[in-house]
Design a protein around this ligand. Sequence first.
Ligand code: GLU
Ligand code: MG
Length: 435
Amino acid sequence: MQQEELVFVGICDLAGLVRGKGFPASELESRLRQGVGLTGSNIMISAFGTIFSSPFGTEGDLVMMPEATTAVQLPFDEGAAEHFYLADIRELDGRPWACCPRDFLRRALTALAAETGLVVKSAFEQEFVHSGIEERPGDAYSLSSFRRQGTFGESLIGTLRAAGITPDSFLPEYGPRQFEVVVKPTFGLRAADEAVITREMIRSVAERMGFRASLAPIMAPDGIGNGTHLHFSLWQEDGTPAMHDAAAPFGIAPRVAPFIAGVLHHLPAPSAVTASSVASYFRLQPNRWAPVWAFLGQQDRGAALRVCPIFPGAADAAERQFNLEYRVADAAACPYLALGAIVWAGLDGMRKKMTLPPELPAFWSMDEAARAAAGVRTLPRSLGEALDLLEATDEARDWFGPKFLSAYLEFKRSEIAALDTLEPSDICDRYAAIY
Ligand code: GLU
Ligand code: MG
């Protein structure tokens, strides 16, 4: 059989999935300059593969411009190599396309740096369900579960490292057959690129080993969710940490407190981007270590925004370790949009000099009325509610630009409509089959 190596160039789209096109590897150099063609409606391909609705119709040409730093080139013992690039979507004249998810994040990071001198370091923790091992009662976090996944964990960690990502940990999680992989934080756009690559490597290694890894938000309506927790910290452009002050409330330095206040202020609305599927809202239910309330908690896994602990024995000093964890996200979200929404919301807090609410150490013993009186809102209960909140957020029109915001709302509302007649368990099955 004659064979020739192929390279794939793709974008992580509004459904959080990587789609694109392949070409002979011998043409890589020219493709890195020329890019690969695309049309506007490509971005409107739903998670389920159908374009339910599109403002772009069949007209127009765009170009996927591969980003050289995202190159993944990994030979595997069996089957084709993984050789792909992630791309920006540009107009033919080179300007960023108004609906490019990667540019949404780039614009947010550029505005933050220009207006505040701050840069973002972040990492995505990704949970998923392993289809290939037997479910056993009592398996949560167990060594038995860790052992029974065999060489998958080792292969995944080795693959991530070979793909240029620094792994942090691999663990059996709380849910049945659930695992998690964590990578080290990194600056700027690269963190979201790594989140996309990590997801693809989870799926790739699983498939090459003969099973599936599903990152769907939740496998059954009353099950345990697969969260994608987004850890972030703020730094000065010269690499000095800017987020920590042990004497300040929550340990958050006064200079960056308005950023966190901005995320909290906007919080219900960014859920439309970070918990962006119908099934995401089956995950955001009480008693599953997933958030239900939009509050900032000191080392509290029930909080939407969690102040993470500082480990005295770690090599890094406290101010270099200090980070917050945004827990209202899952793998139906496009990482560029998810991180971008947080940065835009935080920047709005900086622009408006927002202030943090008081610490609520007794949050879990407060009743709902007391929580509401303290200004704590619940997270949206459905994707539809989240989209309405996003649409009602004036600032979101600037973050996205009007064309992108209306395309996003149309895209997500058509996804809701497509699932309208299905029972919650069927909805979970639909997403589990895709993510
Ligand atoms: N699986 C939980 C979620 O859906 C999180 C568990 C954890 O704290 O790691 O977010
Ligand atoms: Mg976890």
